[in-house]
Design a binder for this molecule. Sequence first.
Ligand code: RM4
Ligand code: MN
Ligand code: MN
Length: 424
Amino acid sequence: MKIEKYAIDELNYWQLNQHKCRLDSLVTEVDNMEDVLRKLGAFNIAIPSWALGTGGTRFGRFSGGGEPRCLEEKIEDVGLIHALNQSSNSISLHIPWDIPDNATSIKALAAQLGLHFDAVNSNTFQDQNGQKLSYKYGSLHHTDKAVRQQAIEHNIEVIKYGDLLGSKALSIWLADGSNFPGQLNFRKAFQNTLESLEEIYLALPENWKVWVEYKPYEPNFYSTTIGDWGHSYLLASKLGPKAATLVDLGHHLQGTNIEQIVSLLLMEGKLAGFHFNDSKYGDDDLTVGSINPYQLFLIFNELVEGMDARGMDHATSIGWMIDASHNVKDPIEDLLQSVQAIKIAYAQALLVDKSALQLAQNSNDVALAQEILQQAYRTDVRPLLAEANLRNGGALNPIDSYRKLQVREHLIKERGLKTITTGL
Ligand code: RM4
Ligand code: MN
Ligand code: MN
């Protein structure tokens, strides 16, 4: 299915008056409106290929109807999202869950929908059919050099796939760790990981980056070899300028001050980008902004401040991606909500009165500093998002249009009620 522009325009038409009223009411509150609209219009968030089918838990998976059955249909779904929100112009592939057998035609299909390929993700946390050696005890950190070699080769193969598609980054998340004290020599595990990553680093083409993701626990419950931002930062620093740390919001222990981590990584030029999701307990991979939107705003506040301080372009200097998996919602609706939540937090951060905040901080006016932040956070910026979408040819209200256009119903007709997808 393809959403035609006229169908979106027609739905927008009926909402236009109400939208203009809402936008006008913000004029007195937002003095940098054109600047915010321009930045919102340029901001895109990549969609992971593994988020387009209904996710599962370790107990089961309840598939939804009309799920994509192949990579082409996943790309088609991202095209639908992008047509509605004009903010999701790329897709991130997980290999081997999604192998682009014919890179040229896959790339052409994506380009037709206005999409390109974001970071490619390797997978050494599962054994694949026919795989020679097992990753049961880890991959890049493994005690056995032959297993490490196999994992290195897989990563190099992923880079090759990505290169054919025009990707510019390899994203690595390792499940490597230990379940019991004594199982692992931490120093050796770290050094093995570093040496393996060095080999992968050498295989990076010109203008490529490697993004090193961290996670404190799960699937290992005693130690994880790249367990926190310190581990990742250490590796990225030793590797060189093409390596940086990837922050997945769900990969922190409860109470961690993620915005502070983000601020320091940015300061050091080592923030690769994000995997956005939300969580209440652990790596819950819930819809972005569904649990703790204030935290998301505080993160964006640091991002905007830190990127401006370094003269970085907001839209393109770091990687913006969703990494969520949902087991009860329509995946497309869930992704539309996530993108919306990210853009809301970004817009609110753009509204923070930076010079007033700096004055308050310098004079230790704690209450005023909080007022300034919360003034921005409590502004309803949704009309700004709607206006930015409208100017780009998207829907004023993407989810509402998705439902009114009966996209899921069309997909069910095309693809059937029950489908089996690979991956999570
Ligand atoms: C991991 C991690 C990775 C993602 C996999 C599917 O928890 O977040 O980024 O690729 O899940
Ligand atoms: Mn992730
Ligand atoms: Mn995760």
